[in-house]
Design a protein around this ligand. Structure first.
Ligand SMILES: Nc1ncnc2c1ncn2[C@@H]1O[C@H](COP(=O)(O)OP(=O)(O)OP(=O)(O)O)[C@@H](O)[C@H]1O
Ligand SMILES: [Mg+2]
Length: 461
């Protein structure tokens, strides 16, 4: 955070100051009052369950210098009409105050956080880098991330999400990227957008925002992403696993027993051998995107190769592979789910379960609109084709997976629909034996990480 007086904050946000104008905010800007700390700024937001304004005194008691709020809170504050807009204005002010900081933005339907974490671990080799923890990718998370930058910051690696048209353009207005990577166009939130072409329109707002001296990093294996080349003034650089001719490619992709990919990275500077510590073949395109981005920012091939091979998963519940003492393996991929990411996870499960039995505990995939039922059926079919020993569909919306699994006549595994995570745990816990692999995955709302945690502990055994 660059130090800002309350008077400056009021001026930048167009807010009304209630407090000491010369008091300075030096600490983090947060929207969770429990994270408020000395010298920080607490932004009060009214959520579904709680109203941040009620926690303003607690935030100040914890050391916050002031509160950004929409109504009087009885403690030092800046009153604004709209808190997200105020955060955006503050973040933009910080960006404009730090002209030496280069901004890279990443978007796509799946893999933003995984790729952002990889890219950050490469780019921070070049200098002080700010990147969010987890998925801080919306109108709150992005400005809060930007506000962590200070005079030392050289790079910002930002994740941009969209649930509708204009969202990514808005985020680009807060922190105008010089580099923009688009990973893929898939079905995440496709119901809200109205279809894949609309998703592509929205994701492409990132490359439309790039300047002529910037770089668009596009996935040549995804035609909707590649077509975005026509929507940018920036230079275009491509990556691809399957695309011969992409600027950055992977050849000879192999997976070890735990599904960790090794491959030869092909770049204009030559090849390099890479072994990822992350699990799942889907992390290969993510690694290529991160490599192509870091290469543009200025990291040399040796740095990219070292960095990719050393990079670890920084964000929780994405393809975490846990070995239980009794030889059962649990894959906690419960952070989120959409058709492409479940497909990727089932492929990884199939690979890990070679020589043993594979089980999938799958909750619903949210926000798929009219295609929801059919998509859940298709996932059931994929699970059966992955030759799992068992499929447990959790919750009503996931239940159509069973009909899909039954389409595969040759499948000998068992499919079961249960109402909730506890029932899933009850159904499987006593069946597991050494060598079995269990995948746990669902949309965020299902909170299946608790099931994964119990399975890892072996609690219900
Ligand atoms: N390239 C990819 N293709 C398909 N699935 C992927 C890919 N990369 C990651 N995944 C899977 O997608 C899920 C979400 O990964 P990640 O958190 O990186 O994506 P995200 O785009 O940031 O998601 P969100 O929209 O929730 O922020 C994980 O289960 C992960 O295993
Ligand atoms: Mg994310």
């Amino acid at each position: 955070m660059i130090p800002l007086t309350l008077a400056q904050i009021a001026q930048v946000t167009g807010g009304q100051l209630h407090g000491e104008p010369a008091a300075v905010v030096t600490g983090e800007v947060v929207i969770d009052s429990r994270r408020a700390g000395p010298g920080g700024l607490f932004a009060a937001v009214a959520g579904e369950r709680a109203d941040g304004h009620d926690f303003a005194p607690a935030a100040v008691a914890a050391g916050a210098a002031a509160v950004l709020a929409t109504r009087p809170v009885g403690v030092p504050s800046i009153l604004v009409a709209d808190v997200p807009a105020a955060l955006a204005a503050l973040a933009r002010f910080v960006v404009d105050s730090l002209p030496a900081a280069r901004i890279a933005g990443l978007t796509g339907s799946s893999g933003k956080t995984s790729t952002k974490d990889l890219a950050a671990q490469l780019i921070e080799r070049l200098g002080p880098t700010i990147a969010p923890a987890g998925s801080f990718n919306n109108e709150f998370g992005l400005p809060l991330t930007v506000l962590r930058a200070d005079a030392c910051t050289r790079y910002l690696v930002l994740e941009l999400s969209a649930r509708g048209p204009g969202h990514i353009a808005y985020l680009c207005g807060i922190a105008p990227p010089r580099y923009g990577a688009v990973l893929n166009v898939g079905h995440a939130h496709a119901g809200e957008f109205g279809g894949l072409d609309q998703v592509a329109r929205a994701k492409g707002e990132l490359v439309e925002a790039l300047p002529a001296d910037g770089t668009a990093i596009l996935n040549a294996d995804d035609p909707r992403v590649l077509a975005m080349a026509g929507r940018t003034a920036a230079k275009v650089v491509t990556f691809g696993v399957a695309s011969t001719g992409a600027c950055v490619q992977a050849a000879d992709v192999r997976l070890d027993d735990l599904g960790r990919p090794s491959f030869t990275l092909l770049t204009p500077e030559g090849p390099a051998a890479i072994t990822l510590r992350l699990h799942g073949a889907h992390n290969v395109p993510n690694a290529l995107a991160a490599a192509a981005l870091a290469r543009e920012v200025g990291l040399d091939l040796a740095g990219i190769a070292d960095g990719l091979s050393a990079a670890v998963a920084r964000s929780r519940w994405r393809m975490e592979v846990h070995h239980r003492g009794d030889g059962v393996v649990v894959i906690n991929d419960a952070y989120n789910a959409n058709p492409e990411s479940v497909q990727a996870a089932l492929a990884a499960l199939h690979h890990l379960a070679q020589g043993g039995r594979g089980f999938a505990i799958l909750g619903h995939m949210a926000e798929l609109g009219d295609t929801s039922r059919a998509s859940h059926e298709d996932i059931g079919e994929l699970a059966a084709r992955a030759d799992l020993a068992g499929l447990i569909a959790v919750g009503e919306e996931a239940a159509p997976m069973l009909a899909g699994a039954r389409r595969v006549r040759s499948w000998t595994g068992e499919a079961l629909a249960v109402p909730d995570g506890a029932a899933a745990l009850g159904a499987i816990a006593n069946q597991l034996k050494p060598g079995d692999v269990v995948l746990v995955k669902a949309s965020r709302a299902a909170r299946l990480e608790d099931v994964a945690a119990d399975l890892i502990k072996g609690a219900a055994q």
